[in-house]
Design a protein around this ligand. Structure first.
Ligand SMILES: [Zn+2]
Length: 281
């Protein structure tokens, strides 16, 4: 798909599972289980949909999935599945090698967004997966991750963060930021501190990579908020604000964790916001 001057591609970085109850917060299981059937451990299947933006030799990746650094135990806990798709396989299908990527936008430092930015080499050393790329993260997100607050410290793994910190390829931003014309980073504070969402805009089309503000199309209803969120009331306010704009300005919302729908337009139905058209990149 072309949006403005960007060629926009979905890079499928695999599947994993998280607890269905945690994904839907206070929403009763009987409302979400039909669309998201839980396994025997109450986990639901989710996608790691990352985004590739190409323009004038610049190759920009938004988020990187879980990566391949987990021990066997954690791979099983999260049911990480690269049998069909993985970050590197999907990039290769677009004829892109890790060395070609010029920019990596990391929405936030939870393991399922930043894990793929690093790997262990044959000697067990941590390396950047995209050795020639600038990596963008928000300062307040980085500070928060390093505080290791009990509610969400399990999502922040030192092996994901330290190699970036010790490289000279980390670009620490402090607030909303225009990377270039038509490519904007906007902040969301409900899911975690200073998550950066990505807006790609053209004359006719706009796409919002909503990251964990609206992780799946099932989270379009405004009160359907994850139990993982630090500030669910703020997530609700942010969803209202962005979904309103999505309806008025016909934005496409990109769903990072939806195993069925890549993106969609939004409409106002009798019972609130809903998916209008499913779009596959
Ligand atoms: Zn997250």
């Amino acid at each position: 798909m072309q949006i403005g001057s960007y060629q926009v591609e979905l890079i499928d970085a695999g599947r994993y599972k998280l607890d269905g109850g945690a994904m839907f917060g206070v929403v009763p299981r009987n409302l979400w289980e039909k669309e998201n059937p839980p396994d025997e451990k109450n986990r639901i299947t989710m996608s790691l949909n990352t985004l590739l933006l190409i323009r004038d030799g610049r190759i920009i990746l938004v988020d990187t999935g879980v990566g391949a650094k987990f021990s066997e135990k954690y791979q099983q806990i999260y049911a990480v599945d690269y049998s069909e798709h993985s970050l590197l396989k999907s990039l290769a299908t677009k004829n892109i090698q890790p060395e070609d990527v010029t920019d990596v936008i990391i929405t936030h430092l939870h393991f399922d967004h930043v894990g793929g930015a690093t790997y262990y080499d044959e000697e067990g050393k941590l390396k950047l997966r995209f050795p020639n790329a600038d990596h963008y993260i928000q300062k307040r997100q980085l500070d928060w991750a390093q505080k290791r607050f009990p509610k969400d410290r399990a999502s922040y793994l030192v092996e994901n963060i330290d190699p970036l910190l010790h490289s000279n390829q980390l670009r620490i931003l402090d607030g909303a930021h225009v990377l270039e014309t038509g490519l904007e980073l906007i902040l969301s504070e409900g899911h975690t501190v200073a998550q950066q969402m990505v807006r790609v805009s053209g004359l006719q089309q706009n796409l919002l990579y909503a990251a964990d503000m609206i992780p799946m199309s099932a989270h379009i209803p405004v009160p359907w908020v994850m139990a993982y969120d630090l500030y669910p009331v703020i997530t609700i306010q942010e969803k209202e604000e962005h979904l309103k704009k999505a309806v008025e300005q016909e934005w496409m919302i990109f769903f990072e964790h939806d195993p069925h729908v890549h993106c969609g337009t939004i409409e106002q139905g009798d019972r609130g916001y809903q998916l209008k058209e499913s779009i596959y990149l």
